[in-house]
Write a protein that binds this ligand. Structure first.
Ligand code: PGD
Length: 764
C-alpha cells in the first residue's frame, strides 16, 4: 500500500505492478472526493497512447497543416520519432528562430513537482534559445491583470487570503458572488490532502454565520451553508453590486473613515453611482430591471452587510466572462465601503470555492521545483489569445496598456494541457491549428489536442513514475513513488526531453548530468539546506508517508498589516492604497474597462437582443466528476454521462416548454456551433439557464467540426477577451438554444483511439 497525490486528493492504493488493484481515500482526508475513482479505471483505457505516432500526411508530405485533425496516424518507433522531431526542431530554430515556436503549453498536467510537464517543456525549449510564452491563466486571466492595479497581486489575494479557520470563527455574513462551489474546492493546483470546505462552512453556520449565495445555480454552495439563494440574470452581477454600493452610499452606511485612510478615488466612483456623471442613479430599482433581483432584496442585503462582520467573496468564474473585471473590482469596492478589509472574518476574498487552497494559510516554505532556466526571447501572448495569434501573425492587439503584435508561429509544442478542452470556439481553434507547420504533443491520452497534432509522444501518468509533491499552501509534502510500470511504451516527459536534448546538442544543459531520481534527491537536498535543518534526510522522507510543513499563521487575515499601518505597509498599487478609481487604467483609455468599475452590458446575456434568438444562458462551469478534461474516460466521469454524452441541466419549466424530458439527448446550439448532451431537469438551475460543464473531450463531427457529438461546451462559447485590459478567457457564459435531437444519434468516437495506418513501421 502506498499513498499518491493528485490535484483532487490523496489516495492509498494497492497495485500488482501493472495496474491499481484497489484505491481508497487517504485516511487523513476528512472530506474525500470520488474523483480518485477515475485514476485506476483510466490507466489502461483504449484511449491511452501506447507508443509514438506521426500524422500520415506530415510523414508523407512534410511539415504543413493540411489534414491536421482529420488524417490517420502512423505508429512509429521511439527512434524514428526522436529522429523526426529533433530534425524538425533544428530546422525550425535554424530557419525561423525561437520567436516562431509557441511553447506556452498551458495546462494543469499532473500533481508532482519534478515531472510537471509544462516546466519540463519550458526548460527544454529554453536550452534551445527560448520560445513564445503565455502570461496569465484561463482560471483568472482578468483578475491577474486587474488586481495589481486595484489592490494587490493575485499571489497575495490567493496565497494570503483570510484563512477559512478565521472565517469559521469570525464571519457573521458571507456574501458569495458566484457561490462557494463544493466541486471546485475539491481540487487545488498541485494537490490537496485535506478537503475542508463543508467543515468550515458548517462550523461558521453552527456559530450563526449567514450565507448568501449569488449564483444561477442553487448548488453552487454546500447544503451545510443553509444559504439564501439569490439568482440574478447571469452576467449582471456588476449591476447588483453597484446598487448595493448605492444603498450604502445613499443611506450613510459607507465607512468614510476607512475610505479616506485606505483608498483613493471613491468620490469619482460615487459620482457615477449617484448618477452625477451619467444621469443614471444606480439604485436598486435600476438594478432590479437589469438583474431580475427585486429592489427590496438588494436594499435589505446592503443593510445587512453594513450591520454585520461581512466577507464579500467573488468566485474566479465571475471574472471568466465579458467585462469580468467589473464584478471583481466591485467586490473590492463593496468591501472597502464596509470598512472591514484587514479585519478577521470581514473584507474581501477572491476564489473561496474556486480552489481548495484559497483560504489555506500560507506555508512557511515553498517546496522544491525543477528550474526552468532563462528564456532567450521576451515574446508572449495573454494565454487565451492563442487562436488569434495563430490566425493573425503580425496583427496588433491591446493588453494592459500596451500595444503588442502576434508572432508568426511555425511550431507549436504542447505538454500537459488540452487546448481543445480549455479554449473557446473550438471550430475556430481547429482552423487556427491548421496554420503552424508542425504541432507536437506529449500526453498520456488521445485527447482532442493529441488528435490535432503531427507528432504525438506517449507520456506516463503520475502513478507510473517517481516524484514528490505538495499543493499550494498544503501542509502535506508527499513522496509519490511509482505505483505501477508505465502503460505501453509511455515515457516520462523528462526522459523524452533528455533524449531529444542530446540529439539537438543541449543534453548537458538540460540534464546537468542527472537522472530523474538524482534530480529528486538533488532538489530535495538543495531545498533542505535552504529551508531548515529540521527536515528529514531525503532517504527518510522518501520512505515516509509524508512530512508536514510549517504554517506560521493559521489565523491569517488578508491585508491585516496594511490596515494596521498603511504607511508602513502600503499596497503595491501606484497610490499604495486600494484604488477605487485607477488613474493608470483610466489612462489606457479602454472603453471596455474604464477608470472605475461600471456596468457594461455584455453582448451575450438574457437582457440583450441576441437572447431573442438564443434564449438560454449557458453556464459552462467546472465539472463535478473530473478535473477539467482529465480522465474523462474514467469510471467516475463516465458514471454521470447520459447515453455517452455529458449531462446538461435545465430548469424543468424550460425543458417542458421545449417538449423535453429527463434523459433525452438534446442538441444545444448557437451561431458558433452545436453539441449533443443528455438532459437533466433540475430546479437547482435558475429559469433561463442551461448548465453544461466543461471537460467532455471534444468529439467533432467529421463533416462539421463545429458540432461536438459528446458535449464539449466550448464549441458554443465565444473566443473573445474579457476586455482590452486583460484579454482574459470568457468561457463561462454564452447564449444558446436547446432542442430535441431528432436525427439518428451519431456514435461518439472519442472513447476509441483515432484511426491508424501501419506502414510497416516497427511497433517497438
Ligand atoms: P486539463 O484537462 O487539466 O485542462 O485546461 P487544461 O488544459 O489545464 O489538461 C491537462 C492535460 O495534461 C490532460 O490532457 C492530461 O492528460 C495531460 N497530462 C497530465 N499529466 C501529464 C504529464 O505528466 N505529461 C504530459 N505530457 N501530459 C500530462 C483547464 C482550463 O480550462 C482552466 S484552468 C480553466 S479555469 C478554464 N475554465 C473554463 C470554463 O470555466 N469554461 C469554459 N467554457 N472553458 C474553460 N476552459 C479553461
Amino acid at each position: 500500500m502506498t499513498t499518491h497525490l493528485t490535484h483532487w486528493g490523496v489516495f492509498e492504493a494497492d497495485s500488482d505492478g501493472t495496474r491499481l488493484t484497489s484505491v481508497r481515500p487517504w485516511r487523513g482526508d476528512p472530506e474525500p472526493m470520488p474523483l480518485i475513482d477515475n485514476v485506476a479505471s483510466a490507466q489502461h483505457h483504449p484511449t491511452r497512447i501506447d507508443q509514438p505516432y506521426v500524422r500520415k500526411g506530415w510523414l508523407d508530405r512534410g511539415p504543413g497543416g493540411a489534414g491536421r485533425g482529420d488524417e490517420p496516424f502512423v505508429p512509429v518507433s521511439w527512434e524514428t520519432a526522436f529522429e523526426l522531431l529533433s530534425e524538425e526542431l533544428n530546422r525550425v530554430y535554424r530557419e525561423f528562430g525561437a520567436e516562431s515556436v509557441y511553447g506556452g503549453s498551458y495546462g494543469w498536467a499532473s500533481a508532482g513537482r519534478f515531472h510537471h510537464a509544462q516546466g519540463q517543456l519550458h526548460r527544454f525549449l529554453n536550452c534551445l534559445g527560448g520560445y513564445v510564452r503565455h502570461v496569465n491563466s484561463y482560471s483568472y486571466g482578468a483578475a491577474s491583470v486587474l488586481m495589481p492595479h486595484v489592490i494587490a497581486d493575485m499571489s497575495v489575494i490567493e496565497g494570503h487570503a483570510t484563512s477559512k479557520k478565521v472565517l469559521a470563527e469570525h464571519s457573521e455574513l458571507v456574501v458569495a458572488f458566484g457561490g462557494l462551489s463544493p466541486k471546485n474546492s475539491a481540487v487545488s493546483p498541485g494537490g490537496v490532502s485535506r478537503h475542508n470546505t463543508r467543515t468550515w462552512i458548517a462550523a461558521a453556520r453552527d456559530r450563526g454565520c449567514r450565507f448568501v449565495s449569488i449564483s444561477p445555480l442553487r448548488d453552487d454552495i454546500p447544503a451545510e451553508a443553509e444559504a439564501t439563494w439569490v439568482a440574478p440574470r447571469p452576467g449582471s452581477d456588476a449591476a447588483l453590486m453597484l446598487a448595493l454600493a448605492q444603498v450604502l452610499d445613499a443611506d450613510g452606511l459607507a465607512d468614510n473613515d476607512f475610505l479616506d485612510r485606505y483608498t483613493v478615488g471613491y468620490q469619482r466612483f460615487a459620482r457615477y453611482v449617484r448618477g452625477e456623471s451619467d444621469g443614471v442613479v444606480k439604485d436598486p430599482r435600476w438594478a432590479a430591471a437589469i438583474t431580475g433581483v427585486p429592489a427590496e432584496v438588494i436594499r435589505g442585503l446592503a443593510h445587512e452587510m453594513a450591520a454585520a462582520r461581512t466577507m464579500v467573496t467573488v468566485s474566479w468564474s465571475m471574472q471568466r466572462a465579458e467585462h469580468g473585471e467589473q464584478p471583481l473590482w466591485l467586490g473590492v469596492v463593496l468591501a472597502a465601503m464596509l470598512g472591514q478589509i484587514g479585519l478577521p472574518g470581514g473584507g474581501f476574498g477572491h476564489g473561496y470555492g474556486s480552489s481548495s487552497h484559497v483560504g489555506e494559510p500560507s506555508r512557511g516554505v515553498s517546496v522544491p521545483r525543477f528550474p526552468q532556466g532563462g528564456n532567450g526571447i521576451d515574446r508572449f501572448i495573454p494565454v487565451a489569445r492563442i487562436a488569434d495569434m495563430l490566425l493573425n501573425p503580425g496583427a496588433s492587439f491591446d493588453y494592459d496598456g500596451r500595444r503588442l503584435t502576434f508572432p508568426d508561429i511555425k511550431l507549436v509544442y504542447w505538454c500537459g494541457g488540452n487546448p481543445f478542452h480549455h479554449h473557446q470556439d473550438l471550430a475556430r481553434l481547429r482552423m487556427a491549428f491548421t496554420r503552424p507547420q508542425t504541432v507536437v504533443v506529449h500526453d498520456g491520452f488521445w485527447t482532442a489536442t493529441a488528435r490535432h497534432a503531427d507528432i504525438v509522444l506517449p507520456a506516463t501518468m503520475s502513478i507510473e513514475r517517481d516524484d514528490y509533491g505538495a499543493g499550494q499552501n498544503d501542509r502535506g509534502f508527499f513522496p509519490m513513488k511509482a505505483l505501477t510500470r508505465p502503460h505501453g511504451q509511455s515515457r516520462d516527459d523528462y526522459v523524452i526531453f533528455t533524449e531529444l536534448a542530446e540529439r539537438v546538442g543541449v543534453g548537458k544543459e538540460f540534464t546537468e548530468g542527472r537522472t530523474s531520481h538524482e534530480w529528486l534527491r538533488h532538489l530535495y537536498e538543495e531545498w533542505q539546506s535552504q529551508v531548515s535543518a529540521e527536515l528529514p534526510e531525503f532517504d527518510e522522507f522518501w520512505d515516509s508517508e509524508r512530512i508536514e510543513l510549517p504554517v506560521p499563521d493559521p489565523d491569517q487575515v488578508l491585508l491585516a498589516d496594511f490596515r494596521a499601518d498603511p504607511n508602513l505597509h502600503p499596497l503595491a498599487t501606484p497610490s499604495g492604497r486600494i484604488e477605487i478609481f485607477s488613474e493608470t487604467i483610466d489612462g489606457f483609455g479602454y472603453a471596455d474597462c474604464p477608470g472605475h468599475p461600471v456596468w457594461i452590458e455584455p453582448e451575450e446575456w438574457l437582457g440583450g437582443l441576441l437572447a431573442r434568438q438564443f434564449p438560454l444562458q449557458l453556464i459552462a462551469n467546472q465539472p463535478r466528476t473530473k478535473l477539467h478534461s482529465q480522465l474523462d474516460v474514467g469510471a467516475h466521469s463516465r458514471s454521470a454521462k447520459i447515453g455517452g454524452r455529458e449531462p446538461v441541466r435545465l430548469y424543468p419549466g424550460d425543458a417542458s416548454a421545449r417538449g423535453l424530458c429527463d434523459g433525452d439527448i438534446v442538441r444545444i446550439f448557437n451561431s458558433r456551433g452545436s453539441c449533443l448532451a443528455g438532459l437533466v431537469c433540475d430546479d437547482a438551475v435558475a429559469p433561463g439557464v442551461a448548465q453544461l460543464s466543461t471537460g467532455a473531450w471534444y468529439d467533432p463531427d467529421p463533416v462539421d467540426p463545429s458540432f461536438c457529438r459528446h458535449g464539449n461546451p466550448n464549441v458554443l462559447t465565444a473566443d473573445r477577451g474579457a476586455s482590452s485590459l486583460s484579454q482574459g478567457c470568457t468561457g463561462q457564459l454564452a447564449l444558446v438554444e436547446i432542442e430535441a435531437y431528432r436525427s439518428v444519434l451519431p456514435e461518439p468516437a472519442i472513447d476509441r483511439p483515432p484511426a491508424t495506418v501501419d506502414e510497416g513501421n516497427p511497433k517497438g
